[in-house]
Design a protein around this ligand. Structure first.
Ligand code: KG4
Ligand code: ZN
Length: 332
């Protein structure tokens, strides 16, 4: 089955052509990161306008790179949410128009399922599985009994972990997106600020990162008042140590509790080198799969992979009426 997949939920304009959820025939990702970096974060209206400007060209490039004829495409899939509504609608309109014009089947894909199924592109999922989904908008522990069966065990009560990374970076005067830079600077420092480990003592699978972010902001403000420099590398190392202690320990407890066969780590924050190094060492008794870095952050290949299984479960849409959802749960 050849699937043309479209992703435009945030600031990446991406189209991929994926065969049978495994073979990536083409994969184009156009990032708007440089444009939004000037503003210190994604500006929704600018993101939508740039999707409009580039979507057609990204479609064309994906088709040329895959070297497939339009008649060979079996299914068109597009992210339906969650995400920025304006951005989503650009992708949805492009995919719907393409499918309608060429008489192709169409489905909408949940972006969160996309992040999880990114792991299935290069590895084989084994069930029951536990997914740790960590991104700019989500921090979730999800139990999967089988393909496309999701039970949300815990989520963040406030900031998502990627969001906390970006806000901490901003407080420290580091550029957007902060995650990769904090991750890199953390390797140069040590955990000397001793920040809290939020929710680690709670017997539940929920997370909270806004208090940790505030702890960093308070230290920075107090240092400024005393005219003392903040040790940026040490602060990055301290923040990262705190985040990873919580993420890894909760994942370990959930894996033991649910007796899973595999742990899946996915989403933009799964690109974190500290997390990728530590989790294998600290949870050695489970098979852990993590997508390659390029499939962790937003991309259409993961939507193609999830589309294959979404189609097995739901079939194609009965008509070409597909809306976008700014919020959407993994269980919907
Ligand atoms: O999955 P994604 O591309 O978009 C959403 O669906 O949210 O995730 C983007 C998030 C940003 O907050 C970014 O700072 C974070 O992932 N991120 C990282 C790293 N690379 C990206 N966070 C920590 N360490 C990284 N290496
Ligand atoms: Zn995402």
């Amino acid at each position: 089955m050849i699937i043309l997949a479209v992703e435009s939920s945030c600031d990446e304009t991406s189209v991929a052509i994926v065969k049978d959820a495994k073979e990536i025939l083409s994969h184009i990702v156009l990032s708007q990161m440089d444009i939004h970096a000037i503003y210190g974060g994604v500006v929704p209206e600018i993101a939508s306008r740039n999707h409009v400007l580039h979507m057609t060209r990204v479609f064309e490039q994906a088709l040329v790179q895959a070297d497939v004829k339009i008649r060979d495409i079996d299914l068109v899939a597009v992210t339906k949410g969650p995400g920025l509504i304006g951005s989503l609608l650009v992708g949805i309109n492009a995919a719907t128009s393409f499918a309608f014009a060429h008489g192709k089947k169409l489905i909408g894909v949940n972006h969160l399922i996309g992040h999880i199924y990114a792991a299935n592109l290069e590895h084989e999922m084994k069930f029951p599985a536990l997914a740790l989904l960590v991104s700019g908008g989500h921090t979730e522990l999800i139990y999967m009994k089988g393909h496309m069966e999701f039970q949300l065990l815990g989520t963040t009560m406030d900031d998502a972990v990627g969001e906390a990374y970006d806000k901490v970076a901003r407080t420290l005067g580091l550029p957007y997106p902060g995650g990769p830079i904090v991750d890199q600077r953390a390797t140069l420092g040590t955990d000397t600020y001793h920040l809290p480990r939020p929710y680690l003592d709670k017997k539940e699978f929920n997370f909270s990162f806004s208090g940790l972010k505030s702890a960093v902001i308070n230290i920075v403000h107090n240092s400024e008042q005393r005219n003392e420099p903040v040790r940026i590398d040490d602060m990055c190392a301290s923040f990262q140590a705190s985040v990873l202690d919580v993420l890894i320990e909760k994942t370990r407890i959930a894996a033991d509790h649910y007796q899973v066969k595999q742990i899946i780590v996915s989403g933009g924050v799964a690109a974190n080198k500290g997390l990728r190094n530590r989790i294998f060492k600290e949870i050695p008794n489970y098979e852990i799969i993590i997508p390659s870095m390029k499939y962790c952050t937003d991309n259409a290949a993961m939507i193609g992979a999830a589309a294959y299984y979404t189609y097995q479960k739901e079939g194609a849409l009965p008509n070409y009426l597909l809306g976008g959802y700014s919020t959407l749960s993994i269980e919907e």
